[in-house]
Ligand binder design. Sequence first.
Ligand code: EPU
Length: 423
Amino acid sequence: MEYILVNGENKLNGTVDISGAKNAAVAIIPAAIASGSVCVLENVPYIEDVVSLTNALESIGVKCERSNDNHTITIDATNIKSHIIGDKFAKSTRASYYFLGALLARFGKVEMPAPGGCVIGSRPMGYHTRGFEMLGATCTQEHGIIKIEAKDGLKGSKIYLDTPSVGATINIMIAAVFAKGTTLIENAAKEPHVVDTANFLNKLGAKISGAGMDAIRITGVAELHGGEYTIIPDQIEAGTYMIAGAITGGDVTVRNIIPKHMESLTSKLREIGVTVTEGLDSVRVQVMNPLKGCEIKTAVYPGFPTDLQPQMATLLCICTTRSMVTENIFEDRFRYVDELRRLGCGTLNKNVQSLIIDGNYTMTGAKVEASDLRAGAALVLAGLAAKGQTSVFGVEHLDRGYENLVGKLSSLGADIKRVRNGI
Ligand code: EPU
């Protein structure tokens, strides 16, 4: 049984370098299949989700080579041999859904079991499959296997998304790179990783415009060549360390980031009384005074990200006045609240969509269990603020999305370690 052991109440101080963005890397790695040549990806985070995806690629004949520091991956899809993704690879991460778009683009067909991933809500895939159908493919699901085929090739189309889904936007964009004519995705997601994936595909010769805006236009091309690409910094990892600085009353600079991507968090931290100073590629977080509560509503980018909601709610627990957090993206993203109660946040009151935080809680260490990646991050943050020892179980969730979490927090002065078999 493995867990993270935190001795709380140490102020964090110093500078932490942020890794490449998980949600960009997990889209760009499958998207590299669309190129029949060699792609070199830099600033790739060394996390389990990336390992799962490269293992999946290797299972279908794609060569993946890592640099010694694990941050550069060379993907050679020249001799890819199958359009079928096996059960264990599909289920190892939610992001395996990008194989649907990528293999459909490359082979005109794909077969894969439904993807796995964090349990944070129902996470349907209707927008993805409807998008593929609008491009001329047939989608079926039997015995848990999704089969998609475009017998007559894909043709450009106008696709309106009912809500701006990140996964559907990226998946349709990848599938459409070779579709004849023009594809228009309307009400598209605008997250930085959508833009990053479009930039990557354009670097290989795709013709995608409008990424980061409401409508994305993809003009089909005959082929993609190889190329080198550097993945953007992880906005959610950066936000997690900014909140770590604030929750411990410390002074933390997060470096190698794009401060613009942090604006919704920066603005909320300033509202509760944290001093946030932006540099060119860094943000410094300092706490000089007691913090007060606020209202948070998650929204699609550039709104407050659902992936920072559990971490921010945890910070609001130690603020001096009441807060309210509304989750608008996923219907089951308050599972961590029961664990926060174990740490002493007794009057936390949640319903499906919102959470009332009275604030002023004194957290005391306890054994807690992470139910998903960001819930795990929130519980580690709670452990940093709590009196005494906190043991966070469910570390496999954290490994999926945070590179060297324990090492990075230790370098900032946290008393934290990973315990395996009692050691
Ligand atoms: N939705 C549908 N039908 C669909 C697709 C989505 O109803 O076909 C709904 C979802 O149920 C949800 C909303 O649309 O209510 C938005 O979901 P979206 O498709 O944007 O999310 P996703 O692609 O499944 C990605 C990230 C998540 C992140 C969300 C929102 C990846 C691999 N995952 O998920 O990341 O929370 O976008 O930004 O990129 C995480 O990193 O911890 C994480 C969960």
